[in-house]
Ligand binder design. Structure first.
Ligand SMILES: *Cc1c(COP(=O)(O)O)cnc(C)c1O
Length: 213
């Protein structure tokens, strides 16, 4: 089932699109099923759960931290995390840089932009992102490789499309200047819209592993 779902999804994606299988709350056995079918990119939104799974599973897996990340927890994932999607403040960037230096690595991150109407979702405003990008990167142990955004949770597809299109245009406007290569947008219920807007990384959970409790 899990492997079949991954294949069904990846077959319909343009080849530049990376599928991050969002395995939060799911048991290792479910992740193993995806891994044994050849899948390597997994997304988790809780540091403790991510670390436990990483320790139990193959070191070939690329672990994506996709949710809101507290600064005091960066140290646990800094040695091995593949990509941090939800960098939503300058203070978090400072901490990722510090932990990157401690681990002698340059940590890849995405800047999360607040694109939804809901006030609860984290992220930089477009204006704040412009300020960040307008300066030289002051964080030698952080590499900003792209942007991430979550659309408003609504059935209004036009609105979702507008939010993704706006982020995609912003990404395009900075892509060359800042050497960006990843635009992470799209989940189970809106990945098709996201890809049509130019996403090249989708984070899909329930459609692969089944709904969460
Ligand atoms: C849970 C989660 C997803 C996946 O959601 P699904 O609707 O299950 O596909 C994607 N991105 C983030 C940031 C998440 O927290």
């Amino acid at each position: 089932m899990i492997a079949a779902q991954i294949n069904r999804l990846t077959e319909q994606f343009p080849k530049e699109v990376t599928l991050v299988a969002v395995s939060k709350t799911k048991p290792i056995s479910a992740l193993e099923e995806a891994y044994n079918a050849g899948h390597r990119d997994f997304g988790e939104n809780k540091v403790q759960e991510l670390c436990q799974k990483a320790e139990a599973m193959s070191s070939e897996i690329r672990w994506h931290m996709i949710g809101h990340l507290q600064r005091n927890k960066v140290k646990y994932i800094a040695p091995f995390v593949h990509l941090i999607h939800g960098v939503d403040s300058e203070r978090l960037l400072v901490e990722v840089n510090k932990q990157g230096a401690k681990n002698n690595r340059i940590i890849d991150v995405l800047i999360q932009i607040h694109i939804a109407e809901e006030s609860s979702k984290f992220g930089f405003s477009y204006a704040e992102a412009v300020t960040l990008f307008s300066n030289e990167n002051p964080y030698p142990n952080v590499r900003v490789i792209g942007l991430m955004g979550m659309a408003t949770f609504t059935n209004d597809k036009e609105q979702v499309k507008r939010e993704f299109d706006t982020l995609s245009a912003f990404y395009s406007s900075w892509k060359t200047k800042k050497s960006l290569s990843v635009l992470s947008m799209g989940m189970s219920n809106d990945y098709a819209i996201a890809i049509s807007s130019g996403s090249n990384m989708v984070r899909i959970g329930s459609l692969i592993f089944g709904s969460r409790n």
